[in-house]
Write a protein that binds this ligand. Sequence first.
Ligand code: SF4
Length: 608
Amino acid sequence: MTDWHGYAGTILHFDLTSGSAERLPLSEELARSFVGGRGLGARLLHSHSEPGSDPLAPEAPLVFAAGPLTGTRAPTSGRFSLTGLSPATGTILDTNCGGALGVRLKAAGYDALVVTGAASEPSVLEVGEDGPALRPAGELAGLGVREATARLLDGHGRTSAAVIGGAGERLVKLATIMVDGKRALGRGGMGAVMGSKRLKAVVASGARRPSVARPEDLDFFLYEVSKMLKANPVTSRALPEFGTATLVGVLGKRGVMPASNFRRAAHTSAEVSALSGERLAEEHLVRRSACWGCPIACGRQTRTSRGEGHGPEYETIWALGANLGLTDLEAVVELNYLCNEHGLDTISTGGTLACAIELAEDGAPLRVRAGDFESLAAAVVRLATRSGDDGELLAEGSRALAEAFGRPEAAMQVKGLELPAYDPRAMQGQGLGYATSNRGGCHLRGNMLGFEVLGTPKLVDAGAVEGKAGLLIVAQHLGAALDSLSLCKFTAFALSEEHYSRLYSAVTGFDLSSQDLLLAGERIWNLERLFNLREGFTCADDRLPTRLLEEPNAAGEVVRLEPMLAEYYRFRGWTADGVPSAGKLRRLGLGEYGPSAAGPADEGRSGT
Ligand code: SF4
């Protein structure tokens, strides 16, 4: 029997169909191999799902998982992961979030909550120190995120709520889950998975604090990392003062911020300054906000002439601004509030509307116009409610929309997930990152911004393809490790894997070197890849939209994907077809999950 520190030591499985709960002990092997959060989620998804499952079928699992550092004194440790099958992509999809749900889940006594089945009526799953309870959602069904969240939070701060809006209830493929009304489990349509289970909300409450194995070591390391965060200009100045919107100016000047569905780059002049983080701070900021336990506080509480709300992030300003030809910042903030209220991913909503604008300009009967707030806001509502003559189509996302009009190249997506706010023609390594991301077009599964633009930890030539595979692989492993610990990726501007491994060892008492931490990241990445292979994905899905490969940007660049991809597979120890070799899997301890293996041992169910 393990004496747990950091971890709660228990996984809760709740079946919504039967209303039954099972408590399963976390095994030390599972904790050491997959860390927690995203890694634990991937491992539990493997053992609780069958190949070929429909993401919206009752049996599809949703795994909420805290990390070993969640709820400790480590900075930014109020995070957790949600893992499931994405209705937008069909891939494994994990999404990492602030808000306090992970902290409260662990404080209730659980490292992870696995939800399967479907309730017979709209319901709320409550998880507390006395165990779980499924209650009818009553009048919460049909409510927007703000009101539903307010009714669920009890005001004493020891409760947290993950809530879907109308979009999730209507199984919109772009639906998000909002946590405490401020933070989003944004990408891949996980709100629709909750909706398919008739789960309006998951509420967690508890007051237990995780125990720490070596408190004196932790004190010392916290002193060290706190100094590093204060000394770094990104974590001590740029993010606190301007939020992630600080990137508008930086990326606009470098030609990295795309516009109008990637048909051009946002200009450095009026367009960029109209949408800048400085302007957001001057005209709309009410106060900064922070996820639980975060000293950086990059969140924005903002106001417009019509009301107050949370955000927007850089990606949202791009997706609902430059990408839609909109340079009225107040209008962008309003569109962000609208998405939050309906429970929509702002990146995918912006990507879908940008695609719709392009199609409409070519004659498709879609009621959206570039730069026209009224038509865009109305389209967001039709998309979220599947209403009007084009709402059903918009609700399926850009890939289905573009295919419906015979123009698949107009959807700027990878594996069905709309691309975020970085034009890879100006950042070659980012293009490789999009193509190889296990959850589709994504900037958080190996972000090359540090290497290719900001110079953290070092600056490399953004236009070169040589050497990008190796750098990206390290970034992918570190990202997987951070999502599993669970800490915020923004700390990586100031901290290294050495800091993270020390914090982990001090909290859990499990000695873990920085190399071991990256190895855990590699194990998790490969496990996710194996999951996608199991679901029928191949190297043919590691692709980019043809626009990025064939239509040059203003500097005459396209993404030169093929040489980077070949190097990437080779460096990973995968075959030329992108399949992890048997030797690689053996070294990672993943032999049982390989393409020819019968399947994983069922640890999550057997409780070993
Ligand atoms: S830096 Fe921002 S996103 Fe990260 S934990 Fe802090 S407030 Fe949350």
